[in-house]
Design a protein around this ligand. Structure first.
Ligand code: G3P
Length: 221
């Protein structure tokens, strides 16, 4: 399973990259705003900086909602770097835009997926990725992981090459469940990725190994 980081924070992206486990980055307008990145020039330059840090795919989201505007925006974003994947919302013009981008060889990530039907439409239009938001489904008492399972089954049934990118991942168990269900990619904040490191038996075991080594190194009186 590929690990993407879900942030526009350059320090977090660098830290995940330094760990050696990072396969890509996802951003969205909320994450860009959280970093205070506003204005077209700043936004474009921020995407370029992200692409310089990471070797994998970087999802950059369009902020328009009509076909013509999405095409204009997406083509500009795709020009920035070969690793840019144009993120398009799951709306009718978005599906049409994904089809257009696919035919032009521009890769896409269809975002705000909350049902299997939406994922199927995006796959039929040729999306490179679909992004089901598992945490936001859990928030409304709907099983986000059941949606991942459903989409993985449907794509496998018909051999769709569209990758299932689990988004809105909120805790380490989400990551484990995504891996069990065969999601192709998961994207999560750095804190959630780092939470995978933790186990109290690792901490106590390491403390004992180091203490025993220290004792053995000190000659007995
Ligand atoms: O990848 C989508 C993500 O940024 C949304 O996460 O936690 O706001 O639902 P969240």
């Amino acid at each position: 399973m590929k690990f993407f980081i879900d942030t526009a924070n350059l320090a977090d992206i660098r830290e995940a990259q330094d760990m050696g486990i990072l396969d890509g980055v996802t951003t969205n307008p909320s994450l860009m705003a959280k970093e205070g990145i506003t204005g077209k020039d700043n936004i474009m330059s921020h995407y370029k900086q992200i692409c310089e840090i990471v070797e994998g795919d970087v999802s950059a989201e369009v902020i328009s909602t009509t076909f013509d505007e999405m095409i204009r925006e997406g083509e500009e974003l795709a020009e920035l770097n070969e690793n840019i994947v144009v993120k398009v919302p799951m709306i009718k013009d978005g599906v049409k835009a994904i089809k257009y981008f696919t035919e032009k060889g521009i890769r896409t990530n269809c975002t705000l997926i909350f049902s299997a039907g939406q994922a199927l439409l995006a796959a039929k239009a040729g999306a490179t990725y679909v992004s089901p938001f598992v945490g936001r489904l859990d928030d409304i008492s709907t099983d986000g992981m059941a949606l991942i399972e459903q989409i993985v089954t449907i794509f496998t049934n018909y051999g769709y090459t569209t990758e299932v990118l689990a988004a809105s991942v909120r805790h380490p168990m989400h990551i484990i469940q995504c891996a069990e269900l065969g999601a192709d990619v998961m994207t999560a904040p750095l804190s959630v990725i780092k939470a995978l490191l933790n186990h109290p038996l690792t901490d106590s075991g390491l403390a004992k190994f180091l203490a025993d080594h220290q004792k053995a190194g000190v000659p007995a009186k």
